[in-house]
Design a protein around this ligand. Structure first.
Ligand code: F6R
Length: 260
């Protein structure tokens, strides 16, 4: 089972996860961080950026993004390449040549998944994968029905996900229909999964992923198959969890040596 940590705010979650990443980075400068885009991981990136000057040095570390839209013009501000550059590479001081995002250009799209899998394998694997969860239950852009063994490939976004992400674009029509995303099988290879979720809108997806049946209809439930998962949620996102009291109890009695 995943360790579930219920916190009072997204900022607290950001500090908690950034502390853990900073600790690991000191031991392993060539840490491979799996990064997500969207609103959810922003508090982690902010907290890391704040402590960057003092304690964290990402210059030897590697980053792998989960996904990318297909077909946006190069340099489009909402392409995940651009988002990762703005929110991760620059503020945290990654070497841009060590930051990987799936190639969403239409030309060569047929092999984009295989190329990304090869780059992931060559890196030796992701040490810690940050995950958000969509209202459809997707992690990465693995929409309902995604195989638990799936690898990086082109997927079609659901209309729900396009509507959810329209806030980043001028209009719904501008949101791409296709994406390249790490598969559930790819994500499950990371050593440690850290899933974050904030707000009431995520409560059903969080409950389904953490406590629901393991089913391709709820792609986030794939985390139940992994041996090291940390779920960090605020009270609103935790509001549909049946065992919330137990998770709180377990946190209160957590052995100090355990860490995340
Ligand atoms: C982003 C990603 C998605 C998002 C999810 C939640 O790279 O893979 O799974 O994490 O759509 O998005 P936000 O955080 O914007 O609610």
């Amino acid at each position: 089972m995943a360790e579930v940590i219920i916190v009072d705010s997204a900022e607290t979650a950001g500090r908690l996860v950034s502390d853990h990443i900073a600790e690991h980075l000191q031991i392993t400068p060539e840490f491979v961080l799996g990064v997500a885009t969207g609103s959810t991981p922003v508090p982690v990136y902010r907290a890391l950026a704040q402590r960057k000057a003092r304690e964290v040095d990402f210059s030897a570390a590697f980053a792998f993004a989960l996904d990318e839209y297909v077909g946006l013009p190069e340099g489009h501000p909402q392409s995940y390449r651009a988002v990762i550059d703005r929110e991760v590479t620059q503020p945290l001081g990654f070497d841009p040549t060590r930051v990987n995002v799936p190639d969403g250009r239409a030309e060569g799209i047929e092999t984009a998944g295989e190329r990304y899998e090869a780059a992931l394998r060559a890196s030796g694997g992701v040490n810690l994968q940050l995950l958000g969860i969509g209202t459809t239950g997707h992690i990465g852009f693995n929409e309902p029905g995604s195989s638990f063994g799936s690898l990086t490939r082109v997927k079609t976004l659901t209309e729900q996900t396009r509507a959810d992400n329209a806030r980043f674009f001028e209009s719904l029509d501008e949101v791409p229909i296709h994406c390249v995303t790490q598969g559930l099988g790819t994500i499950l290879r990371a050593h440690h999964l850290v899933l974050l979720a904030f707000g009431r809108g995520k409560a059903e997806a969080v409950a389904g992923a953490v406590e629901g049946p393991v089913t391709a209809s709820m792609p986030g439930s794939a985390i139940q198959l992994h041996s090291h998962v940390t779920v960090v949620v605020d009270e609103a996102a935790a509001s549909r969890l049946k065992h919330a009291d137990y998770y709180r109890w377990a946190q209160e009695h957590k052995p100090a040596w355990q860490g995340l």
